[in-house]
Design a protein around this ligand. Structure first.
Ligand code: DAS
Length: 330
């Protein structure tokens, strides 16, 4: 008989862990209760359970992400063939991306959760955990970095986002779709691994504060001015392809000139930031020329984690968010 694949199942809390009956969804079960019973476990898999954190994802901090990354690294070093992390769904995509920043994923690392707890009708946790265990047991998944398995779909950490606040099909990757799926306890991969890795060149416990600023019609520089003294760096969820109001643009440039890196992202869930199309106050051309960094296709919360952990390890923002090569003449 083949040797079973040893998969570490690390439970951090969230709806998937809520203990029934828990009308206020505050009490979490230990990981032992999340492990599928022997008859429900896919063939050839042995689960090594471990509790970590035990909280709703809204309570998580960068320090908790650092702790979890250490726990996952330890599980890999101890010989796990794969790792599954169960997690609250609200910040699940950020944790998946943080693991991509901080963990050398030589084996598959899969994050999952649930939208319905055991006391709701049709709880989705057990099926998500089973599919995640199946995926984590397939070595071919390792080069994809951390993935999110939800509703039988497999998404890469960089692209996945929670698109719906209540439905069980809550996650998708607007730019590219899922890279694979699980059916009949088999993993089918549809697309190859992402080009490049998100792993940071240096890794250290979080030691800086990075703010995240939304934009909307008429948002001026006052919010950025209020935030700047309290942070070491700033991410702005800009309009469209990387634009802000002229007043906000001036405040962001002042923040950068004060030595606090500013990273521009888009509030659009899909698409690229421009480099050389629009000119004038608050345009992408002006913001780039003034020394602001642009985060490519990375979402605002994920760009914030990249800046936060990168700065904590002493990596300059320009290295974390390299400028694109000049566009060919049009
Ligand atoms: N309890 C919330 C959280 O921890 C929601 C969830 O898990 O789906 O994110």
């Amino acid at each position: 008989m083949a040797v079973p694949r040893s998969i570490a199942l690390i439970a951090t809390g969230g709806t998937v862990s809520v203990a029934p009956p828990s009308a206020d969804c505050q009490t979490h079960r230990g990981v032992g209760e999340l492990v599928p019973r022997p008859g429900d476990l896919p063939d050839g898999i042995e689960v090594v359970p471990r509790d970590a954190l035990g909280m709703s994802s809204r309570r998580m901090t960068p320090d908790d992400l650092w702790t979890l990354a250490s726990t996952v690294t330890e599980a890999i070093a101890a010989g796990s063939n794969g790792v599954v992390v169960t997690h609250g769904t609200d910040t699940l995509e950020e944790t998946a991306y943080a693991l991509g920043l901080l963990v050398e994923t030589r084996v598959p690392v899969v994050i999952t959760g649930a939208m319905r707890s055991p006391h709701h009708s049709g709880p989705d946790g057990p099926a998500n955990i089973r599919a995640a265990l199946v995926a984590a047991a397939v070595p071919d998944l390792a080069p994809y970095g951390p993935t999110v398995v939800f509703q039988d779909e497999v998404h890469v950490a960089r692209l996945v986002t929670k698109m719906h606040s209540t439905r069980i099909a809550a996650f998708s990757s607007p730019a590219a779709g899922p890279v694979g799926f699980v059916a009949e306890d088999r993993l089918e991969l549809l697309l190859g691994p992402p080009p490049g890795t998100d792993l940071l060149p240096g890794r250290a416990a979080p030691s800086v504060r990075v703010g995240l600023l939304p934009t909307a019609t008429g948002i001026d520089g006052s919010a950025a001015e209020a935030l700047t003294p309290d942070v070491d760096g700033l991410v702005v969820a800009a309009l469209g392809a990387g634009h802000v109001s002229p007043s906000l643009g001036a405040a962001l440039v002042a923040c950068a000139e004060a030595g606090k890196p500013v990273v521009v992202t888009s509030r659009c869930p899909d698409g690229a930031l421009l480099a050389d199309t629009y000119a004038g106050a608050g345009s992408e051309r002006e913001l780039r020329r003034a020394g602001l960094h642009f985060a490519g296709t990375l979402s605002p919360p994920k760009a914030r984690l990249r800046l936060l952990f990168g700065m904590s390890a002493g990596t300059p923002a320009a290295e974390l968010f390299p400028a694109p090569p000049p566009a060919p003449k049009r």
